[in-house]
Design a binder for this molecule. Sequence first.
Ligand code: BES
Ligand code: MN
Ligand code: MN
Length: 459
Amino acid sequence: MPSVPRDLDAFFAANTPRIHQELFDFLRIPSVSARSEHRGDVARAAEWLAGSLDRAGLRTEVLPTAGHPIVLGEWRGAGDAAPTVLVYGHYDVQPAEPLELWASPPFEPTVRDGRIYARGAVDDKGQLFLHVKALEAHVTVRGALPVNVIVLAEGEEEVGSVNLESFVAEHADRLRADAVVISDSAMFAPGLPSILSSLRGMAYFQIDVEGPSTDLHSGSYGGAVVNPAMALARILATFHDEAGHVAIPGFYDAVQEWPARVIRQMRALPFSDDAFLHEVGAPALGGEAGYTTLERLWTRPTCEVNGLLSGYTGEGAKTVLPAKAMAKVSCRLVPDQTPQEIERLMVAHVEHVAPPGVRVTVRHLHGGRPWRAELDGPLFDAARAALAAAFGTEPVIVGEGGSIPVVGDFERILGSPVLLMGFGLPGENAHAPNEWMSVDNFDRGMRAVATLLEELGRR
Ligand code: BES
Ligand code: MN
Ligand code: MN
């Protein structure tokens, strides 16, 4: 079993309490990208991160975008012959609501049972920060990094990375790298380091249904005026057939077969439907007929309602025919579906099934391409060695149902292989109340990244 280099290990042993305190400072900044009232906090988190990269020895800039700023750090002292590694992460977080469900305040990091509880602890501030500290370790101990490094951190991942694709395209020369490394995902199980071989893509829609010009008395008008809530329900009900397949015409046309090797790896993973059912707490599992749970999560595209709004939802009964209804709908995509094509199909389908008597509009809010990789070559050999050194066991290859929109863009625009090695854990409550990151995974993550850089410098 390879091991973490001694001097770096000693640095982490001596500095970890300080590093944790710094992470807590980062987590105290409520950088909620979705909320305009947190605009200043998002900017403050960008500045804070830039300061920390600066102290780690990188040349750092905070670059404005049409939305939240991008933080760029660079260290190019390894020379032209050495490889260049681009580290990506996001410093924005999801809204913390509902606040009353948090056992400790979301922006007051608290350690309980070996876990750091805070919004952003694992998604993604904690995982981004462990990269910064791995860089600091090299610069402090060795006076240099083993490879050239670019750190690119964005503040809009949780709202769809809408300004990042054009940023990457415009700065492609500056961002050119031999490898992209990202920690923004979870390990398959505690103690089991994991490398992702796929992410689903995304096409996110808002569907608005408008009927009468105002809410109406449901007795005086109901039955003679089309009800927007019912019209929306009818539209949504056409999205799937009885077997759970998406019934939007053309939806599966671009879907490619999954490599047999990937399906084999998936089937070999220690996974139990019963444990999964227990984790989600639903009465039963459900989904597309003919696929296992992991296949449904990782290899199949979906269409889900994320939110519904219409009519009276307060206490007791109110007889009203609502003037309008709204649904938020997201499709998760797999290779080679594209958000643009799915938008076209969705708009055409909704137009086709919309009942008369209401006005229906479909808006595409944001999208991202799916991603799947072969995981061959020196980058992945180095990752396997580094993860084995830090965790004492070889990593497994896993898929992922979630999305990181920029990953496909990195591959397409920069032509770089992307390594996704995350240090979260199942049940980490990302996007939910009581989000946490394992302290042990944070500490091992730093060592894994430091070792990875060392390995890449040697290859
Ligand atoms: N870190 C997640 C992506 C992720 C989720 C990785 C689950 C591994 C497991 C990321 O921050 C995220 O939440 N992405 C959004 C993207 C969307 C806003 C375009 C997602 O998947 O919903
Ligand atoms: Mn994330
Ligand atoms: Mn997220």
